[in-house]
Design a protein around this ligand. Structure first.
Ligand code: SR1
Ligand code: MG
Length: 405
């Protein structure tokens, strides 16, 4: 059995030995099953089951390059940032984040609660499943993890220490390139535009100078506003869900940035689900998504106001006009960031199954253009999006534009 005293990339047999050596409920286990179950773009995820006791855990290990492409050479220390983020989010939003059992900085892996009785939300949404508790749960998670890691609530020196802990330059660079730059400039030639939409992408993204200016402002805002500890990649593939529970996983992109980045990611990924539902004429499903878009912003607003009144410690922040000013800026950022996520998942390297699996191709092309039209409106007019209903209106307008073109 390896000693695990020096980093190496484990296989399933190593992971079995690792768990026997490090997790006490597996110490004497004779009958262990281990499966690699990761489907993300970066890391390796193993489910380990003790067949005799039914105890199970998840082991997540970082490799030296991204799974999606060897082009991304990454430090394995990212696992520590992810694990520290999970631990902090678990205390701020209990019941909405898996429990961490072990962080191993040598092996760049962590062992955590097994949530595999739940489904990855994106997979469920592609089958048009609906989740009535999602808006409540995601807004609890966002208000608690975002507001309570900001200067509104934290002692400012403590917050600066946390900012230091979560400096995450490599993963931030991935977002800076893939989200804020490549979809509009294709400077590394990594974009993958679906044949049939080249002209649309050229006109609406690559040659759109007005859009480039707003995107530049958003990129610098992302890089320079250490507002809160973000999840950093809060899309529906980072959420485990069923009818009762919602658990947010995979915060390896965590760093201190603008709150609107996380909220905007949620809004954009709901829009992908809507576009798929529309393509397959799933009316009940698209109505649920519309209500959820509405509820997410509405509940965020209500809960944010309440949490601010309960938890604000900063003297100058105990001012209701300032609170409204602060919230309006978050909602404006949310719109811009949602627009960016919509654009990058359509033309960039890392796509979403909601859209890529739409058939026939004409319907996929139409869904892609719909997302890009909404993206453009969100980025150019973020002030117009302070309610969830504004997102639904933008979707209806984009559908109409598509019909008129
Ligand atoms: C190289 S990583 C590509 C994408 O996958 C992650 O989930 C992030 O969204 C990232 O942008
Ligand atoms: Mg991920």
């Amino acid at each position: 059995m390896p000693s695990f005293e020096q980093y190496f990339l484990m296989n399933t047999d190593h992971v079995k030995d690792y768990v026997k050596a490090n997790i006490h409920t597996f110490k004497n286990a004779q009958n262990i099953t281990c499966l690699e179950i990761g489907d993300g773009n970066l890391n390796y995820v193993y489910r380990v089951l003790n067949n005799d006791t039914n105890d199970s855990v998840i082991v997540k290990q970082a490799g030296t390059t991204a799974r999606i492409s060897d082009e991304f050479i990454l430090s394995t220390t990212r696992n520590k940032i992810e694990t520290e983020a999970l631990k902090l989010q678990h205390t701020l939003a209990p019941g909405l984040v898996p429990e961490i059992y072990l962080l191993d900085e040598t092996m760049s892996c962590c062992v955590m609660e097994d949530l595999s009785h739940l489904t990855i939300m994106r997979t469920a949404l592609t089958n048009f499943e609906t989740f009535p508790k999602f808006a409540e749960h995601i807004t609890d998670f966002m208000v608690n993890t975002l507001l309570r890691t900001s200067d509104v609530v934290l002692n400012h020196k403590d917050k600066k220490e946390l900012v230091r802990t979560f400096i995450n330059p490599e993963l931030c660079e991935i977002s800076e390139d893939l989200v804020f730059t490549e979809p509009f400039h294709n400077q590394f030639n990594r974009n993958e535009v679906t044949p049939g939409n080249e002209h649309f992408v050229q006109t609406h993204l690559y040659s759109n100078k007005e859009l480039h200016l707003e995107v530049a402002k958003l990129k610098f805002h992302f890089m320079n506003n250490s507002q809160s500890l973000l999840h950093g990649d809060l899309h529906t593939g980072s959420i485990f869900i069923d009818q009762n529970d919602t658990e947010m996983i995979d915060p390896e992109f965590a760093f201190f940035g603008p709150m609107g980045y996380d909220i905007g990611n949620i809004m954009a990924n709901l829009i992908f689900a809507w576009a798929r539902g529309d393509a397959y004429q799933q009316k009940e499903f698209t109505e649920w998504v519309e209500n959820t878009l509405f509820d997410v912003l509405d509940l965020f607003d209500t809960k944010f106001n309440k949490a601010w009144d309960e938890h604000a410690t900063e003297v100058v922040a105990k001012n209701s006009d300032f609170k409204q000013h602060y919230l309006q800026n978050i909602l404006k950022d949310t719109a811009g960031m949602a627009g960016l996520e919509l654009a990058r998942r359509i033309v960039g390297l890392a796509k979403v199954k909601d859209i890529t699996t739409i058939e026939p191709i004409e319907n996929r092309l139409k869904a892609e253009r719909l997302c890009l039209r909404v993206a453009q409106t969100l980025i150019l007019n973020p002030h117009d999006f302070s309610h969830g209903g504004d997102y639904v209106t933008a979707l209806q307008n984009a559908l109409q534009e598509e019909k008129n073109d």
